[in-house]
Design a protein around this ligand. Structure first.
Ligand SMILES: [Zn+2]
Ligand SMILES: [Zn+2]
Length: 148
């Protein structure tokens, strides 16, 4: 297997990145975080992330703004986002020097589809109840929007 190169961008495309992983590695698995700060940060019920070496991530167009957040344990969580469109890119603990969490929804389609395995859910006790209903038969399913 050749080197893996994952690419991604924000909604407005003013910031883009790539992640280069060694040939020996398989595609990163998805880690979901149910913490209350990730809910606010993403505007959703959880964040979906891939964890990669910090040295593997390079911004190739534009540069994100950094927000220094407080972690639940009292330390700092550094969160990078696009200041034009608000897309969240990354989060990491300020003590963490090795790895970084990249929001998997920012990956370009083909690369996002390759990161197809859910490995871990953290802050599981904070999981919103409806998340379990996503696979339920009685949930209405529409391919497309509701027009809102
Ligand atoms: Zn943007
Ligand atoms: Zn979180």
């Amino acid at each position: 297997m050749a080197q893996i190169c994952l690419t991604g961008a924000c909604l407005c495309k003013s910031i883009a990145y790539h992640i280069i992983l060694p040939a020996s590695e398989s595609f990163p698995k998805v880690i979901i975080c149910h913490c209350t700060n990730c809910k606010r940060y993403t505007g959703s019920s959880f964040s979906a992330n891939i964890i990669v070496p910090q040295s593997a991530l390079k911004y190739i167009k534009g540069s994100p703004k950094l927000y220094s957040d407080r972690s639940n344990k009292g330390g700092q969580v550094l969160r990078e986002f696009c200041s034009d469109c608000g897309t969240p890119f990354t989060s990491r603990s300020s003590d963490e020097k090795e790895v970084i969490a990249v929001k998997s929804g920012t990956l370009d389609e083909e690369h996002r589809l390759n990161c197809a395995t859910l490995a871990t859910e953290i802050y599981y006790h904070r999981k919103d109840k409806w998340v379990d209903e996503m696979g339920n038969e009685d949930v209405q399913r529409i391919n497309g929007s509701m027009g809102v």
